[in-house]
Structures are given as C-alpha cells and as structure tokens.
Design a protein around this ligand. Structure first.
Ligand code: ATP
Ligand code: MG
Length: 199
C-alpha cells in the first residue's frame, strides 16, 4: 500500500509539472471560436451552458437560433429575463416542414443580419450561432460571408457555432472543436424527446 501511495505521489508530481508548464505557456488572451459538432446529443446544451457561464459574470451575450425558432427551448425561457442576453430567432420552423426554399433563405438572411450586428459589436462578449451548420449545408448562407464575419469580429469576442457536419473551413478556423459522438440515443429506441431534457 505504501508503495502504491508513493507511486501515486510521483505520478501526481509529474502531472502537476506538466500542467504547470502548459499554464505557463498559455499567455495569449483573446476571444475564441468554438465549434460543437457531431451526431451525439449535447451541442446546443453545451452552448447554453457556456451562455449561462458568461451571463454569470455579467457579460453581454447574443444567441442566434438558426433552425428551431418555433421550437420550445427551456434555456431561452429562463435566461431571456437577463437584460444582458439578446436572442434572435429565425422566423420559420424546420425546413423539411416548410419545404419552401425561398422563404427559408430569406428568413435565414434576415436572422443572419442580427448575427452580423452582434459579431461587429465590441460590447458582446459571447455570440452563439446555434444550428448554423445546416444553413451552410442547405446553401442558405455563404461560408465566405460567415468566415469573414468571424475573422473581423472584435478581438475579445468568443463565438460558438453548433450543428452536425460542420463545414471544413469552420473547423480549420476554430480554436476549439468538440465532436459529440453518439454512442446511443433514446430516440432510436422510440422514446420521445423530453421537455426540459431535450429542449
Ligand atoms: P441538445 O439540444 O440536446 O444539446 P444537440 O444540439 O446536440 O442536442 P441536435 O442535432 O441539435 O442535437 O438535435 C436537436 C434535438 O434532437 C434535441 O432534442 C436533441 O436532444 C435531439 N437529439 C440529439 N442527438 C440526437 C440523436 N443522435 N438522435 C436523435 N435525436 C437527437
Ligand atoms: Mg442542437
């Protein structure tokens, strides 16, 4: 047991030295681009979790929802009461419900204008572009437009982009990319999405 304790202590010392070195090397201070992608559950919840985190320190946050405007969303219900949060919602529902490409494109461009304003506003600490990957995939929004807005944003602003199948150029630009991997999802076993859990 004594031996085990010693080994544990040695490995903890090594780990601490390693982490200390990493901390010492991380000197840069700037806003980040984060992408939450992949097929597993957790992309939008992670984005709202970060929104809560930023609001907790009194920062201004902008959230743009690119697909689920007409959907309920518990986080939005709760956090909208915070004067530091601005939410812009696309005025149509799911595109495979509306089946109207022109109307969807127009709705997407309208809400993108709101996003572009946030991405140009120095006072906004965090911007979330939720489900934006689909807008790029459907061709409602141009990747070059998005990349340019991200590159020209204020230095201290962080942006989170979510959705499956993130565009290669977004992945290249991002500082942090997390891929939520589906191991299992209840929906595939016929269980309905749950209020307060899935939305
Ligand atoms: P969440 O909003 O729960 O964080 P998400 O943003 O990662 O999920 P989306 O692809 O945006 O996932 O899915 C939207 C809805 O579908 C949510 O209700 C979510 O719980 C559910 N969902 C997420 N992943 C899957 C999956 N692999 N199969 C079926 N439904 C899913
Ligand atoms: Mg989502």
């Amino acid at each position: 047991m004594n031996d085990r304790n010693q080994r544990h202590q040695r490995s903890m010392e090594k780990l601490k030295a390693h982490v200390d070195e990493k901390i010492a090397n991380a000197r840069e201070q700037r806003g980040l681009v984060l992408v939450f992608t992949g097929n597993g559950k957790g992309k939008t919840t992670a984005a709202w979790g970060t929104v809560t985190r930023a609001l907790g320190y009194g920062y201004k946050v902008g959230v743009v929802q690119f697909i689920k405007g007409v959907w309920e969303c518990g986080e939005r219900e709760r956090l909208e009461q915070d004067p530091n949060l601005e939410v812009a919602v696309m005025a149509t529902g799911f595109t495979w419900e509306t089946q109207d490409r022109e109307a969807d494109t127009a709705a997407c461009r309208d809400v993108w204008r709101e996003a572009a304003k946030m991405l140009a506003d120095e006072s906004v600490y965090l911007v979330v572009l939720d489900e934006i990957t689909y807008m790029l995939k459907f061709g409602y929004l141009d990747i070059a437009t998005v990349i340019q807005a991200l590159k020209n944003r204020p230095k201290d602003q962080t942006v989170i982009l979510t959705g499956r199948n993130a565009h290669r150029e977004l992945l290249e630009l991002a500082d942090t990319v997390t891929e939520m991997q589906e191991v299992r999802h209840a929906f595939n076993d016929g269980v309905q999405a749950r209020r307060g859990i899935d939305y």
